[in-house]
Design a protein around this ligand. Structure first.
Ligand code: HEC
Length: 159
């Protein structure tokens, strides 16, 4: 009998102690789906190392030559139809402004963000940070073909 009371008392005491943690937040372990490299990179490092980040998705290599005006014009039409609901050219809107984007993202990364945003915001360190900055509003997959995404990229190069 004494033993039961004693055990109960200890249980109560530890309960009280653990619930009076001085308002400290418990840090949760990172979710399992996050890749090792994404877990390691701090947002600052991820942004700084953009040149070596091609993103996650179907696009692994894009060669950029002189701007192809015809492609850019096609890209502009696609952009105006599918993207302006959330993106303004030179001002942050729901999503970031694409002006000067090639100075902070690789062409492969940009196309993968257009073609595969769901996986990008989950596992790519830069896209994850952008999602935070957009207050959790996710970039929408507009189901562009790779060819359309390439044309939009060409248009973005002209901004
Ligand atoms: C429903 C709103 C929405 C639509 C539509 C949308 N986007 Fe986005 N986009 C976002 C948000 C929000 C982000 C920031 C990342 C996030 O929160 O997921 C983003 C991020 C991006 C980025 C990365 C920007 C950066 O600074 O690195 C690119 C590139 C992009 N979008 C291109 C496009 C293109 C091209 C289209 C049209 C085919 C498009 N987006 C349509 C909301 C949208």
């Amino acid at each position: 009998m004494h033993r039961i009371i004693y055990t109960a008392a200890i249980a109560m005491a530890s309960l009280i102690l653990s619930s009076c943690g001085g308002g400290e937040k418990k840090t949760l372990p990172p979710p399992k789906h996050v890749s090792e490299s994404a877990k390691m990179a701090s947002p600052e490092d991820a942004m700084k190392n953009w040149k070596s980040n091609k993103g996650i998705g179907p696009v692994t290599n894009v060669e950029l030559g002189a701007i192809n005006q015809e492609m850019a014009l096609d890209g502009q039409k696609i952009y105006e139809e599918m993207c302006t609901a959330c993106h303004k050219v030179d001002k942050k809107f729901i999503g970031p402004a694409p002006k000067g984007l090639l100075e902070r993202r690789t062409p492969e990364w940009i196309m993968n963000m257009i073609l595969n945003p769901e996986e990008m915001v989950k596992n790519d360190p830069i896209a994850k940070q952008l999602l935070v900055e957009a207050n959790g509003a996710p970039m929408a997959n507009q189901n562009l073909t790779q060819d359309q995404a390439r044309k939009v990229l060409e248009y973005i190069r002209t901004l």
